[in-house]
Design a protein around this ligand. Structure first.
Ligand SMILES: Nc1ncnc2c1ncn2[C@@H]1O[C@H](COP(=O)(O)OP(=O)(O)OP(=O)(O)O)[C@@H](O)[C@H]1O
Ligand SMILES: [Mg+2]
Length: 262
């Protein structure tokens, strides 16, 4: 069970001479097996929220619960995928995929079996002995996903995982992410700057306020996951609604959102 509860969370970074409140009064409930997307102005605390959900950043106030348990340190079945994929360039594809299992103390022969399965599933089996530097951007992203699958993650946290990819590869991997979720039904929290991506992959889309971040609004998106959803009027309506909500939060003063607004 990996339902997520964020209750009145505050996180402040201590800086030289001044403190930066990144999140304040942030509350959010994510159901077990629910996929949500989070979108908001740059610097509003989205990455901070994911780090807090992963148990990597302490709360200054409030709390984070996963599966009913307060999170104070990383949890075994939570996987976090960062924008730079977190791959170690000097280790092979298979070794990178096994890293999560290794740090959790899983024995070598189990690691080999589980990793082989995950690489197979993501179409990377023949690259098991290659190094990350020999992979394309899309393949690196699939490797980061393979690592999460190898962990049998029930909570998948993703911080703009596809933003470095070209449009075609990106759409391909959006479909892959959807397919994996439809198969596994894990709880999924995706941070993205793309409105279309949020509507494609989030059953609900959470709009955050500017820093210090909290939930500004939530858009229900019941059609998510339906066959051909991208081409429907409902999809477009959700995109338009989100664009308005983001504009109200002042998001478009920021160039990083431009890619998602076209
Ligand atoms: N390690 C840190 N030390 C000090 N301040 C930080 C640190 N990390 C983030 N901040 C500050 O906290 C605020 C929120 O940062 P965060 O990275 O969570 O934003 P974000 O919403 O992920 O932004 P972006 O959309 O640009 O990725 C920012 O103002 C940032 O300057
Ligand atoms: Mg960020």
């Amino acid at each position: 069970m990996a339902a997520v509860s964020v209750r009145d969370l505050a996180v402040t970074y201590a800086g030289v001479g001044r403190d930066v409140p990144a999140l304040s009064g942030m509350s959010l409930e994510v159901g077990d097996g629910e996929p949500i997307a989070i979108i908001g102005p740059s610097g509003c605390g989205k990455s901070t929220l994911l780090l807090a959900l992963a148990g990597l950043l302490p709360a200054d106030a409030g709390e984070v619960l996963v599966g009913g348990e307060a999170i104070a340190r990383p949890r075994r079945r939570t996987a976090l995928i960062l924008q730079d994929f977190g791959l170690l360039p000097w280790k092979s594809v298979a070794h990178n995929a096994a890293l999560g299992l290794e740090v959790r103390g899983v024995d070598a022969s189990t690691r080999r079996t589980v990793v082989a399965e995950a690489l197979e599933r993501l179409g990377l089996a023949e690259f098991a002995e290659a190094y990350p530097g020999e992979l394309s951007g899309g393949m690196r992203q699939r490797l980061a996903l393979a690592r999460a699958l190898a962990l049998d993650a029930d909570l998948l946290l993703m911080d703009e995982p596809l933003s470095a990819l070209d449009a075609l590869t990106r759409e391909d991997l959006q479909n892959l992410l959807l397919g994996i979720w439809q198969q596994r039904r894990h709880t999924s929290v995706l941070v993205t700057h793309s409105i279309e991506e949020a509507v494609f992959l989030g059953r609900r889309v959470v709009v955050m306020s500017p820093r210090p971040g909290r939930v500004a609004s939530i858009v229900d998106n019941p059609g998510m996951g339906e066959e051909g959803y991208r081409e429907t009027a409902a999809f477009l309506e959700r995109c338009v609604e989100l664009r308005r909500l983001l504009a109200a939060e002042g998001a478009f003063r920021d160039a990083t959102l431009a890619g998602g607004v076209r």
